[in-house]
Write a protein that binds this ligand. Structure first.
Ligand code: 13P
Ligand code: SF4
Length: 312
């Protein structure tokens, strides 16, 4: 009897060659999806890869705003998202009408938005950034230019702190990164005083204050790979542990616990985990669900994304 997982992997490999398709996966995807992907990266690396590919079809194993960004960069390619309901609390928590009203309260401000937003919000933005280039992009803007930052209030507050800006912040947050418990983290530090703490800047200030490294998924990964330390407490989505466990076999990686977590001590993004190997296979086979975007909207949303890719 053929093992179903083996059959699916084999079919994905056959179909991707036959259709000249590329599979891009975020670090927060299931291990099997990361292993079958052509490229695994953080949101900036995935946007870059999407901008460079000559494949006819992009299967984006991530969440909706990531696949939508790939489509904006590739209006003539087919972009498929294994589960079209894979949202994001940051993108979903910043609806265009409410953001337009918010923006109108600050008429002389320019808008910097995190890439975790819809195409409509990107089209209303002057700059787009990711967690790995946000500081650089903000520092490239003249200091006397007032700014709005959306949608992540934690990342925005962190950026205000390190750049000395006073950006007006939209009140959004990531349900995964906001859930880390400081209390439980401190308990872990007491048990492992030698451990270095790595955290994503979507986490709350109390967590970031005690972190040794704050960065995007790839920046945290590089820190762990290159640090002489051998124990790390990892305050981000548990998917990052998959690549790391292959790369740093001799280091101890301890997932930071979330407030509600009393069992497995790991934090998972339920949106990211909506994609499965079965869905990756079926979307490649059937070429659906496809991401569609109005062409005039895509042109407007492309401008700040291109600016970001040039600046970073
Ligand atoms: P990265 O830019 O680190 O990939 O973060 C994306 C994201 O959604 C984090 O929750
Ligand atoms: Fe959005 Fe948070 Fe999930 Fe990242 S981890 S996709 S920010 S909900």
């Amino acid at each position: 009897m053929i093992d179903r997982a083996y059959y699916i992997r084999k079919e994905i490999n056959r179909l991707r060659k036959e259709k000249n398709a590329i599979i891009l996966a975020h670090y927060y995807q299931d291990a099997a999806i990361q292993d079958v992907a052509d490229f695994v990266g953080d949101s900036l690396e995935l946007a870059r890869k999407a901008a460079q590919t000559d494949a006819n079809i992009i299967v984006f194993a991530g969440v909706y705003f990531m696949a939508e960004t790939a489509k904006i960069l590739n209006p003539n390619k087919k972009v498929l998202l294994p589960d079209p309901l894979a949202g994001c609390s940051l993108a979903d928590g910043c609806p265009p009408d409410a953001f337009e009203a918010f923006k109108s309260l600050y008429p002389n401000h320019k808008v910097v938005t995190y890439i975790n937003t819809s195409a409509e919000i990107k089209a209303m933005s002057d700059y787009v950034c990711t967690s790995s280039n946000a500081e650089k992009i903000i520092r490239s803007i003249p200091e006397d230019q007032p700014l709005i930052f959306a949608p992540d209030k934690n990342l925005g507050a962190y950026l205000n702190k390190i750049t000395g800006r006073n950006m007006v912040l939209w009140e959004g947050s990531c349900i995964v990164h906001e859930a880390f418990s400081l209390e439980k983290l401190i308990e872990l530090v007491v048990d492992h005083p030698e451990a270095k703490i790595v955290a994503h800047p979507e986490s709350e200030d109390a967590i970031l204050r005690i972190a040794h490294c704050i960065g995007s998924t790839s920046q945290m990964r590089n820190y762990i790979k290159n640090s002489p330390a051998d124990t790390f407490i990892v305050a981000t989505e548990a998917g990052i542990l998959h690549q790391l466990s292959k790369e740093v076999r001799d280091k101890k990686l301890i997932p930071a616990p979330s407030s509600e977590d009393n069992s497995c001590a790991c934090s998972e993004c339920a949106f990211m985990k909506m994609n499965t190997m079965d869905k990756v296979y079926r979307c490649l086979r059937d070429e659906t669900p496809e991401v569609h975007i109005d062409s005039a909207l895509a042109v407007r949303a492309l401008k700040p994304i291109e600016k970001m890719l040039q600046l970073s």
